[in-house]
Design a protein around this ligand. Structure first.
Ligand SMILES: [Zn+2]
Length: 684
């Protein structure tokens, strides 16, 4: 449910060619050497803001995309690497039996050190998976499936569906169990169902990939051809029962509170009571079965599929999920499909970068402590919080002044705005990992135990009050999110760095960067999805019917605008999938500009405080534009347009500024310039 500003995967470039984030001789903090001064900002503002950067920064071989976000993540990763290598060196691998870590610094060192020990991983081969594979082999009927699925889910192998905990949409103060669609190896259900040539080709590659993995584990020549088809048949059946990603944006379509008995009726031969016992869940009286139709279709699948086929599917999912911690041949094969075919990357990124990512993912709040100490001062936290309050004040003013909303709804909107909690940098209380055992020399086991730790952490929440102080992103993450069920905005320390925020940059540039990110997350509480939740996080309509309709009409303007943009080849941006993010980008930049102008009265609009040749307003727009300088491979653009609720950088810039009369004024654009849309969309 969380809405991400950007969901980035870690694919990084080798250290030797890393690009530093030089601020250049700029007075304002803008990246002057990124500007294409031959471009006209009124014709193509993105080209003006980023043209030279784009030309000079091709995508590195081991990445699918390269932008300013990646530059920053790269720098954060260097910091993490230094922390981890020191921790790993302090706890060298001794002779004899592997030993378990006793304290947390040792834990991150042992986790990272085990991941880096490729020779040890290779020498074990697939032996560590053998006990589970034997269990799968011994499965004799679908009726006995539930305990096995429970065991696989507990170590992070999400076969058939996914299970966990989430706030009850209709009573967001309490956590409840959730069972959701899942169990597919391709990025989204539509990958199984589209019939255009490119999608057909991707499925063919996927089937071949499954075959090669089967060969690697020593499957017989016969099975190497039957396993992939079997897996594909099962996953396609799951996809057919699943909901598409646009429908899943509607919270009412993914909230169905059922009793375990009602769930049991949907899947007659999957014994839920044995599953609940197997995962060690607390008593469950009701759960959110997001999509009853999915479970109904899963129930039919389990009845009609031969047990031998189910075994193939379970083994495939187990090996697929374990691949990153298996020998080199598995890692390489995994990259061939998930890296090269799906994202267009040319080579695997260096091992240390992958291991930094895995340790961040498994022990993020332990690693994050050290990261925060090194990179995020109390002053930076105070400055950012001040900026958050200034942007919140701008939204308050904006709501008061809206022409299309009546007083009754405005009153409720303000109640919601005032209830938003601001979380900056890192958690007040760090996660306690003492129940997680990390063993030096056991990379796969560490990963499985970390998944178990996280799964149990989720299960332990069921039936308890929601703890809003917890974070769902780690501190070094270059990202941010709004949680509609908790009504809070969350900014990890990882994103509160240049080019988003710098104590040295001028206020206008900081407002174009982190100010707009703050505005973006804040308006998520009021986008097509977020507006359906109230101040307490409950799914409850607080809009008058007329105001709701006015919102939908205004939002449609964005759907129409962004649907015209081409992502790559024949693939357009999906205006419905990206609606929430586009509303947030448009509202976010406007609110940030308002906040800047309201707090910089002495600076804005005066030609004598031009810096680097730009007025304050121009610097706000350029600050925003330069955050989005990026290059993406065609494969990555396709994947993004089909699965990601965010628009490509070019449209996050041009799509937004062309809706703003403030931009036209700031750059003195003619009324018929391309960056001045004839129908300008606006919600906030
Ligand atoms: Zn967002």
């Amino acid at each position: 449910m969380r809405q991400l500003l950007l969901a980035f995967t870690f694919v990084a470039l080798p250290l030797a060619t890393a690009i530093t984030l030089a601020q250049g001789p700029s007075q304002s903090g803008l990246q002057l050497d990124a500007l294409d001064r031959t471009a006209d900002p009124c014709i193509d503002f993105y080209q003006f803001a980023c043209g030279v950067w784009i030309a000079k920064n091709p995508v590195p071989a081991d990445r699918s995309t390269w932008g300013r976000f990646d530059e920053l993540q790269e720098r954060n990763n260097d910091t993490l690497r230094a922390i981890l290598e020191k921790a790993a060196a302090d706890t060298p691998r001794g002779g004899g039996a592997p030993r378990a870590s006793e304290n947390d610094q040792k834990k991150i060192g042992d986790h990272y050190g085990s991941c880096m020990d490729e020779a040890a991983i290779n020498s074990k081969g697939t032996t560590p998976l053998r006990p589970l594979v034997s269990k799968i082999d011994r499965l004799s009927s679908a009726a006995d499936l539930a305990p096995l699925v429970a065991e696989l889910h507990t170590i992070g192998v999400n076969v058939f569906f996914s299970f966990g905990s989430i706030a009850d949409f209709k009573d967001a103060s309490v956590e409840m169990a959730i069972a959701d669609q899942g169990g597919m190896g391709l990025p989204d259900r539509d990958y199984y169902l589209r019939d255009d040539p490119k999608s057909v080709e991707i499925r063919k590659e996927y089937v071949e990939h499954i075959g090669r993995i089967a060969k690697l584990v020593g499957a017989s020549a016969d099975s190497v051809t039957t396993i992939p088809d079997t897996v594909m048949t099962i996953e396609t059946a799951l996809a057919k029962g699943a909901l598409d990603n646009v429908s899943r944006r509607d919270p009412n379509k993914i909230y169905h509170k059922l009793t375990p008995t009602e769930l049991q009726a949907l899947t007659p031969n999957f014994q839920w009571s044995r599953y609940f016992t197997g995962i060690g869940a607390p008593p469950i009286y009701a759960l959110n079965v997001t999509e009853p139709d999915f479970f109904k279709s899963l129930g039919q699948l389990l009845v009609s599929t031969p047990i031998a086929s189910i075994k193939h599917y379970l083994k495939w999912q187990l090996i697929h999920e374990s691949a990153p911690m298996l020998p080199t041949a598995f890692v390489d094969e995994n990259f061939k499909f998930y890296g090269a075919v799906l994202t267009g990357a040319k080579e695997l990124r260096p091992r240390w970068k992958r291991c930094v990512q895995y340790t961040d993912s498994d022990l993020g709040e332990e690693l994050g402590k050290a990261f925060v100490e090194e990179t995020f001062s109390p002053q930076a936290k105070a400055d950012t919080l001040k900026m958050v309050h200034e942007v919140e004040a701008a939204l308050e003013k904006d709501i008061h002044e809206l022409s299309w909303m009546t007083d009754a709804t405005k009153k409720e909107a303000l109640v919601k705005l005032h209830a938003v909690a601001d979380k900056i940098g890192y958690p007040d209380r760090w996660r306690d990992y003492s129940a997680l055992t990390i063993v030096r020399g056991d990379a796969l086991g560490n990963s499985q135990r970390a998944n178990t730790f996280e799964f149990h952490r989720q299960l332990n929440k069921i039936g308890k009050p929601v703890d809003k102080s917890q974070w769902s992103m780690t501190p070094p993450t270059v990202n941010a999110y709004y949680n509609p069920l908790e009504n809070n905005i969350n900014f990890p320390a990882g994103i509160l760095q240049p080019p988003f925020y710098s104590a040295k940059a001028d206020r206008a540039v900081n407002f174009g960067g982190s100010g707009a990110v703050i505005g973006h997350e804040l308006t998520h509480g009021f986008d097509d999805q977020g507006r359906q939740f109230d101040a307490r996080g409950n799914l409850k309509d607080w809009w008058t019917a007329a105001d709701g309709k006015a919102f939908v009409d205004r939002a449609q303007c964005f759907v129409d605008e962004y649907s015209q943009f081409t992502a790559v080849d024949e693939v357009k941006v999906n205006g419905k999938l990206t609606l929430g993010e586009n509303v947030a980008d448009n509202g976010g930049l406007r609110l940030s500009l308002m906040a800047y102008l309201a707090t910089s009265a002495s600076e804005a609009g005066k030609t004598d405080i031009v810096k680097d040749g730009f007025t304050p307003e121009q610097r706000v727009f350029l600050g925003w534009g330069q955050v989005w300088c990026e290059n993406r491979r065609p494969e990555a653009l396709r994947l993004m347009a089909q699965t990601n609720p965010h628009s490509p950088g070019r449209y996050r810039v041009n799509g937004v500024v062309s809706n703003m009369p403030e931009f036209q004024k700031a750059f003195s654009c003619k009324a018929d310039a391309p960056m001045v849309r004839q129908t300008q969309c606006r919600v906030w």
